[in-house]
Design a protein around this ligand. Structure first.
Ligand code: MLT
Ligand code: MN
Ligand code: ZN
Length: 300
């Protein structure tokens, strides 16, 4: 199994275009530390093609930054097979519109997420005149193959009932946000990708314990961070992201279940971890945890 980390930032990226907080300002002064929006690409060893997990506003830059994702010689011969979505949030879906030059865009997502794409974002209405849009079912529970003849299978693990704000008129029920347990039949290895964790469930814990590598929600360091940093009135947990540290944080749990094979992603620009010199990195290292980096390659 082969995974490429394309980006590791929460919505807005680091730096965020309208922000000069200490975190954003420091990264602006040192562009090597930039983080693009969180996404990964997973390689299918049977077909040789790649699947994008979440399609961010940075998607075309992320493709150019990764040699394996660039087109093969000739015209319009992309090694990208399709897209899987963990949710319908704008930072994970806006890039669909940047893929309009594709012949076909195959999107695997839960029923709730597909409804948001269709009835909220107008993906089919806007993109169908440009590309063939194929929507594929990501069911609750059972793993499904990602591609015919491929080696990868994906299973949805429910993590949150939070709808994107633009989809608030749609039914509240359904799988609005899931973690993805992706297994490669070629070597039996697996990855759990969970960029949003609203609550710690037994299903999530089981998937964390089972996966050979885990990439998980590191949006906020502590629960009060969004309020303290002045970006909103809600705590991290109220925003649908369990914090890393503190009594309700994910670090202790992840350390117990997945030390040495777990990395945080989806960092908000207020998170002290965006500074590589922050002491919080040592705290994580002591627990066998770390932060994923843009461009890194993981072989679970
Ligand atoms: C999230 O990760 O919770 C969303 O991206 C937040 C948002 O875009 O409103
Ligand atoms: Mn987000
Ligand atoms: Zn900022």
């Amino acid at each position: 199994m082969l995974v490429r980390v394309l980006g590791t930032a929460a919505g807005g990226g680091v730096p965020q275009w309208n922000c000069a907080c200490p975190g954003c300002a420091a990264v602006r002064a040192n562009p090597a530390r930039r983080r693009s929006h969180a996404a990964i690409a997973v390689h299918d060893s049977a077909t040789g093609r790649w699947h994008l997990v979440n399609v961010t506003p940075d998607v075309t830059d992320q493709v150019e930054a990764c040699e394996a994702l660039r087109p093969e010689p000739g015209s319009r011969r992309t090694p990208l097979a399709g897209v899987i979505l963990t949710d319908a949030e704008l930072d994970h879906t806006l890039g669909l519109f940047r893929l309009r030059e594709a012949e076909e865009i195959s999107i695997c997502a839960t029923a709730a997420v597909r409804a948001a794409l269709t009835d909220g974002l107008g993906v089919q209405r806007i993109l169908s005149p440009y590309a063939r849009i194929v929507l594929r079912e990501l069911p609750d529970g059972d793993p499904v193959p990602l591609e015919e003849g491929g080696s990868l299978r994906v299973r949805a693990v429910p993590v949150s009932a939070k709808r994107p704000r633009y989809a608030n008129a749609l039914p509240a029920t359904g799988l609005w946000s899931v973690a993805l347990h992706i297994t490669d039949g070629a070597d039996g290895r697996s990855l759990l990708y969970a960029p949003a964790v609203a609550a710690w469930s037994s299903g999530l814990a089981a998937a964390v314990a089972q996966a050979d590598h885990v990439i998980v929600d590191g949006t906020f360091w502590d629960d009060d961070e969004p309020v303290r940093e002045g970006i909103g009135a809600r705590t991290a947990t109220e925003m649908g992201h369990l914090p890393i540290s503190g009594p309700t944080g994910t670090a202790e749990r992840l350390s117990a279940l997945a030390a040495g094979r777990c990395a945080y992603t989806h960092l908000n620009n207020t998170n002290p971890l965006v500074d590589p010199a922050a002491p919080q990195h040592k705290e994580l290292a002591g627990l066998g945890l770390r932060v994923a980096d843009d461009g890194e390659v993981i072989a679970p």
